[in-house]
Design a binder for this molecule. Sequence first.
Ligand code: ISL
Length: 534
Amino acid sequence: MSKNSLWWQNGIIYQIYPRSFMDTTANGIGDLNGITNKLDYLADLGIDAIWLSPIFPSPDVDFGYDVADYVAIDPRFGTMADFNHLLKESHKRNIHVILDLVLNHTSDQHPWFKESRKSRDNPYHDWYIWKDPSPRGGPPNNWLSIFGGSGWEFDAQLGQYYYHMFCKGQPDLNWRHPEVREALLNVFKFWLERGVDGFRLDVFNMYFKHSELPDNPKKLIGLRPFDRQVHKYEVSQPEMYPLLNEIRKLLDSYGSTFVVGETFLSSPEHTASYCGQDKLHAAFNFELAKSPWKVKRFTRAIKNWEKALEGRAWPNYFLNNHDMTRSSSRYCQDEDDARAKVCAAMLLTLRGTPFMYYGEEIGMRDISLKHSQILDPVGKRYWPFNKGRDGCRAPMQWDDSVNAGFSSTAPWLPVHPDYILRNVSKQKSEPSSLLNFYKQLIHLRKEHPALNQGNLSVLDPQNKSILSYLRQTPGESILILLNFKQKQITYQFPKQIANQNWRVLFSEKRQAKELCQEQSILILSYETLLLVAD
Ligand code: ISL
């Protein structure tokens, strides 16, 4: 549908966790028609694509990341007709649609797995990673599940173990089996034929395990047993590269599609190695999202990512997703959104595709739950050290009506109690709200080629307050100055740009077009200041 083949570079991608976005069927769970109803809101916000967390039938052991059928819609989310409608209505508004494919593992309720565990000579048996007990008895090797305990589950009837990196209800597929490979490539085709624009690949660098299934080496330091292993043999095997090549060829044959991979347990360099012309368009590097509130750390994360990609692939940035505490909860103090604005400005002015997560634009905070309310398997297992990921998955706060306008019935997770004051409707009407701040910066990013496509030069931090970088095209230079501190501070223009005259392009705290003629400028508390070379 896209006239612009670089939509995924120029555009902004907005992640929706469907069960928490908008419920139109009064079952407390968001649905596809809910998303369709909110497309005008998303178009007005200015985003270019939506990535939907899994919408396929699932027993919800891991809330959709355990798929029981890759080519159907979970009835709680709607029907295939609802999906087609959502796709058509999105495209009408120039919004691309990206699906989340979880192809490392299925649900144990997937018909393939149900067959696979029937007998050792079942044609589907080798579709998963089955292995006899070790000669001494017990699991075949020392691999662990990141969700806790052994990575191997014993099936008494078969007398064999199957491997799972995540919950035992999420058995890992055997990508080495030619029929598995073919079946999974057909999943891509199925959705491409329906007109979707791209995919997010869940933990793609786990698809292949070492063929001999050797023990992982041990490490001395680490919080959990999982962290005290080098994950050498169950992730990042070299067979992934030719497969990515094949996936990319398939996608390219459908026009201007996009595929972004979620890299698991990976460094920026290794993540970058999966990106390029004949591989993924993009992959997620978690360094920025894991940075503490320190200019030095953000500067380092940006430089590392740019360096790792070496110009081979287009960068991307995110501060939130459905697996981590929301950036507003990590960085903001109380209800003040000053730091959330700094985050927004950084995300929307860096060189690379910005990924947003629903509710980020209104500064939604994580909900806190009692032990008995926890649903996420991670929280159930590791409470109270790790309370799991429910916190960032609460219902979208649309307005101050019952259940924040998300549903007419009790939602699957509680709404954050701050919804009366923090919601879309309220922020729409307040000119200085976070929502309007996002909108203005999204608009600026679209208007200015330097912000959109320009080069990036990160300037060395002068102090602990200001993150600064230049974005430049041959025709335009924009200097971005972000004050990470509450106190105002004087910024000296560095030598390389000191002879330049700058005009205010954007600041909430001063007049646009104001000229700066001094060698230094006073940056106000948590100010976002964009200056354009005169
Ligand atoms: O969230 C984590 C642990 O609390 C991460 O380690 C997460 O498991 C990892 O990033 C992989 O995430 C993806 O695959 C998981 C699923 O639970 C996550 O929601 C998904 O993003 C298994 O499919």
